[in-house]
Design a binder for this molecule. Structure first.
Ligand code: ACO
Length: 427
């Protein structure tokens, strides 16, 4: 039987339909609230606002569960590949062998950048942050493919989606190469997605570059772990921009900018910088945790806390458990990992973190492992964006399939009430 939610305002009751998701989550439909009551809901930061119904990703933040299309993140991280997860997110099902081959070759043929697009990189300062470069170059893709920008044409959208997934590793590698003054290598389509990225990132025209399979598998796993995370800040940005019927490239470029912030994906860079500064200043983990608890100190324990998880982030658990193994295989004895483990242990014993239910999130250990794999610190969030691309694309497509209205929140106005303009000489 359909449930109803009842709201009472000024002694008058109003009934609203209640929707239940497949995992039992419930929501009250308040679309008619203002029409019925002249009230809106006020929820700064959207802490309790559902912006859509979605069949892509399920998170149970209390239990620390993350599923994509029904498959657990642990299952996908151990058994799948990044392109297969991309297919799953975008198409809703795991591909058959032939569907996979078609998708893989559809992506692979687009790995090269237009020669004129390559000129963009040399126009940026050498110390430009690669997230800024990536967002600008992704936005610029819309100038090179004007024939594929109609958000209501599924063939054009798929062309843009494949181009984005294919070209992003090339863009990411070129952003890095430009920053160190090295020539950019062309993609090699005989390599896998991750091998190709690593070769463009670290190879040079002078020497043959051999991809370390341990590094390639670890990057593959990290990309899978970042592939989607329902309605977070950057995904909501992608959806919001997409809801205006802006094209896919423009929407994804906006998502890259949202991800860059230190409270979101930019935290992976911040975590390593925090760990390095703890090591440099010779602080103990306890001293830093005390700082993070102190309201008069602006330091936060980066990589801790999450809007949805009130438990250990399952992605952090996977990364932590593979960090030891990957570092041992690479022969890296990492002081930063030791500091991170110490910080986690001490923080989890503290009432401050327990009361606020703050646990390590995906960024707490990902930076440590990215660093051990040789990824430059400034490119950590770029790797996050590379992983998140299929999620953003799938969410953007779902928004269009659902023919959702333009995203446009309301507000409660708190400024001056109506007043008359006074000429400048009389003010
Ligand atoms: N260190 C110390 N205190 C913290 C931390 C932290 N990392 N995170 C939250 N708190 C405290 C806040 O000061 C606040 O305390 P108060 O109730 O005494 O005022 C309380 O916990 C609630 O924090 P909010 O910021 O209100 O929680 P919100 O859900 O808005 O923010 C966020 C979540 C942004 C992730 C926050 O926990 C944070 O800034 N963490 C550090 C940055 C980080 O790791 N970001 C990556 C998140 S994962 C991702 O986006 C991929």
């Amino acid at each position: 039987m359909a449930s109803t939610g009842r709201i009472e305002i000024d002694g008058k009751t109003h009934d609203f339909a209640v929707t239940e998701g497949t995992e039992g989550e419930r929501a009250i439909h308040i679309e008619d609230l203002r029409a019925q009551t002249q009230c809106i809901t006020l929820d700064p930061g959207y802490k309790n606002t559902g912006s859509c119904e979605s069949a892509i990703t399920f998170i149970d933040g209390e239990k620390g569960i993350l599923h994509h299309r029904g498959y657990s993140i642990e299952d996908l991280a151990s058994n799948s590949s990044f392109l297969e997860v991309a297919y799953l997110l975008i198409h809703g099902e795991l591909p058959t062998q032939s569907e996979y081959e078609m998708f893989r070759s559809g992506v692979t043929i687009h790995t090269m950048l237009h020669e004129d697009l390559k000129d963009f990189f040399s126009a940026f300062p050498k110390d430009a942050h690669p997230m800024a470069v990536c967002s600008a170059v992704v936005a610029a893709l819309s100038t090179f493919y004007p024939e594929d920008l109609d958000p209501n044409d599924s063939e054009q959208v798929m062309n843009s989606a494949e181009r984005l997934i294919a070209k992003f590793p090339t863009i990411a590698a070129y952003a890095h190469k430009h920053s160190i003054g090295h020539p950019c290598l062309y993609p090699d389509n005989s390599l896998s997605y991750v091998e190709n990225f690593l070769t463009m990132m670290f190879g040079t025209p002078c020497d043959e570059y051999e991809v370390d399979p341990v590094v390639a598998r670890a990057i593959e796993m990290l990309l899978i772990l970042h592939a989607d995370h329902e309605q977070n800040c950057s995904t909501s940005t992608v959806r919001l921009v997409g809801s205006s019927h802006a094209n896919l490239f423009a929407s994804i470029s906006a998502g890259i900018n949202a991800l860059w912030g230190p409270r979101h994906g930019g935290a992976n860079q911040q975590v390593v910088e925090m760990l390095e500064s703890i090591a440099e200043e010779g602080l103990t983990a306890r001293q830093f945790v005390d700082r993070a608890k102190d309201r008069d100190d602006t330091s936060r324990l980066m990589g801790f806390g999450h809007r949805v998880y009130r438990n250990y982030d399952p992605r952090a658990r996977v990364i932590k458990s593979s960090a030891d193994d990957v570092l041992a295989k690479l022969g890296v004895d990492d002081k930063l990992l030791e500091i991170a483990i110490d910080l986690e242990r001490i923080a989890l014993e503290e009432d401050y973190f327990a009361e606020r239910r703050l646990y390590p999130n995906v960024d707490f250990y990902s930076g440590v492992i990215f660093k051990a794999l040789g990824i430059p610190v400034q490119s950590f969030t770029v790797l996050f964006a590379m992983g998140r691309l299929p999620g953003w694309i799938a969410q953007w497509m779902e928004l269009h399939e659902q023919e959702q209205a333009i995203g446009r929140p309301r507000q409660i106005y708190t400024g001056p009430t109506s007043r008359k303009y006074t000429p400048i000489e009389t003010r």
